[in-house]
Design a protein around this ligand. Structure first.
Ligand code: BES
Ligand code: ZN
Ligand code: MN
Length: 501
């Protein structure tokens, strides 16, 4: 475990094994950021040619290592690019993430990155922790590199209480994102609904144990209870699997909270598509189809640890979408938790069946705002790529999510729910709603219109994060290869904003 601390000492004098130095790209060539001023002074006029020889430009994503002689105390400097705006927390978080992967084997690391405000301190710590994230549980070979034991953030505000609070906040947020990544990365054989519910139970225990720990209520509903509750949607997806379905509800209800936020997350622990089976290449990343469930759980635990004065209830419906003789068929009609009947057309449009039940359950608990998050449709992945999430819903809540995303450093983009969708979702000849129609365009909007039917007219936002949950390429910034944890910090930020409203 790496421990993080703040110190206001000089980057030139610190005795860390490596010092990370932020570099700003200016029209005038690379410039060390203010936090690294004393390193610049130590090199004096030799700095410019030195940086130039090594090809340091300050471009975002860049990392250049250089051994030192007697200029500074540390034996190694790592120059990381900040891009043009050294004061932008997103750029700082990205650079800190790159730094974490660029120093593979040092016991102690000092970070001389822009950190003269609490917001920047938070960005440095969060970026470093998230960029250094690895998932090695299933690797048999021992890692050749070790994570540092000590990371010191060199900041002029080290002694200020706001800076310490920012450090703690960053650790809580990074824990939440890492938890989500761990669960999304876990092979689906070890992350069936009962096993995921156990992972949630263990995480809940960890957060709530001991004196002074936050009080969060955990309920796990099993297959029989879901039947009694009439959760036909969840059960229709899970009935093809040998592993029974689950629903987890977590409640954080601090004294004096005036707003109640419901968070609903899709927890399909593996999505084969069911009888409407997916082509093999589309199935490869479908262990990540429970990312929504993971993120609402992780966000709620983080909100509780931060002590945010808002009531939050998380609903995580979990089912495995498989193929078997008991699988739901196209043409079947399912009665949902709300009593609404749904004609199944495509068993690969399973997320809305889980969410429909969980949304109407959430509505029954009378929240002020409902937010759901799901790897729902490939359509939104096609439309927005692998880094920008889609948001649909009631105007005010969509705006709130966009703002929370900006504050959290995650990008979301608004999408409409066109009027015609209301007609299409009610076009079944045998049931109240048609789960899917085979018009391929606008499938993400159709799904949103479908979900809206279960929100009881409450203020609501739907985050479709399909493709964002998993980074199939190489690492960048604070995002490693594999599970990303996309959405978690936006949810926490949204809760913070609502608690202050
Ligand atoms: N889990 C998928 C969506 C998905 C796609 C997640 C790509 C992550 C990356 C979802 O259940 C699904 O299969 N959606 C269908 C929707 C269609 C049947 C309306 C899709 O994407 O084709
Ligand atoms: Zn799915
Ligand atoms: Mn599917």
């Amino acid at each position: 475990m790496t421990s993080y601390s703040l110190r206001s000492s000089s980057p030139a004098k610190t005795r860390a094994d490596a010092v990370v130095v932020g570099v700003v790209a200016t029209g005038d060539g690379p410039r060390l950021c203010d936090a690294a001023d004393e390193v610049a002074q130590a090199y004096g006029r030799r700095l410019r040619p030195f940086l130039s020889t090594m090809g340091v430009t300050g471009k975002a994503g860049e990392a250049v290592k250089a051994p030192t002689r007697d200029e500074v105390n540390a034996p190694l400097l790592v120059f990381v690019g900040l891009g043009e705006d050294a004061g932008d927390p997103v750029a700082v978080r990205r650079a800190a993430g790159v730094a974490a992967r660029s120093v593979p084997n040092a016991a102690s690391v000092a970070l001389a990155l822009p950190s003269d405000t609490p917001e920047l301190v938070e960005a440095v710590v969060e970026g470093h922790r998230l960029g250094g994230y690895t998932f090695t549980a299933y690797k048999s070979a021992k890692a050749e590199t070790t994570e540092p034991t000590d990371v010191v953030v060199l900041t002029p505000i080290a002694r200020r209480a706001e800076a310490t609070a920012a450090l703690e906040r960053a650790e809580v947020l990074a824990d939440a994102v890492a938890l989500t990544r761990d669960w999304v990365n876990t092979p689906p054989m070890d992350c069936t609904p009962p096993l995921l519910a156990e992972l949630v139970t263990a995480a809940h225990k960890e957060v709530t144990k001991g004196r002074g720990a936050p009080k969060v209520t955990l309920e796990v509903f099993d297959h029989e209870q879901l039947e009694e509750m009439g959760c036909g949607g969840i059960l229709s997806v899970g009935n093809s699997s040998a592993a029974p379905s689950r629903l987890v509800r977590l409640t954080w209800a601090p004294k004096g909270a005036t707003t109640h936020l419901a968070l609903v997350g899709k927890g399909v622990t593996f999505d084969s598509g069911g009888l409407t089976i997916k082509p093999s290449s589309s199935m490869v990343t479908m262990k990540g189809d429970m990312a929504g469930a993971a993120s609402v759980v992780a966000a709620t635990l983080a909100i509780a640890r931060l002590g945010l004065p808002i009531k939050v209830t998380a609903y995580a419906p979990m089912a495995e979408n498989m193929v078997s003789g008991t699988a739901t068929r196209p043409g079947d009609v399912i009665t949902m938790h709300s009593g609404t009947t749904v004609e199944i057309a495509n068993t690969d449009a399973e997320g809305r069946m889980l969410l429909g039940d969980a949304l109407s359950m959430a509505v029954g608990d009378e929240p002020d705002v409902v937010v759901d998050i799901a790897t729902l449709t490939g359509h939104m992945q096609l439309a927005l790529g692998d880094k920008v999430g889609a948001v649909m819903g009631t105007d005010e809540q969509v705006q709130a999510v966009l703002a929370a995303g900006v504050a959290a450093g995650e990008q979301h983009w608004p999408m409409p729910i066109p009027e015609e969708m209301s007609e299409r979702i009610t076009s079944s000849k045998v049931a109240d709603l048609l789960q899917h129609d085979w018009v391929r365009w606008g499938g993400g909007l159709y799904a949103s219109a479908f979900l809206r039917e279960f929100t009881g007219g409450l203020p609501w936002a739907h985050l479709d994060i399909a493709g964002k949950e998993m980074n199939t390429g190489g690492p960048y910034g604070h995002v490693p290869s594999g599970a990303t944890g996309f959405g978690v910090t936006t949810l926490v930020e949204l809760a913070r904003a609502l608690s202050e409203a």
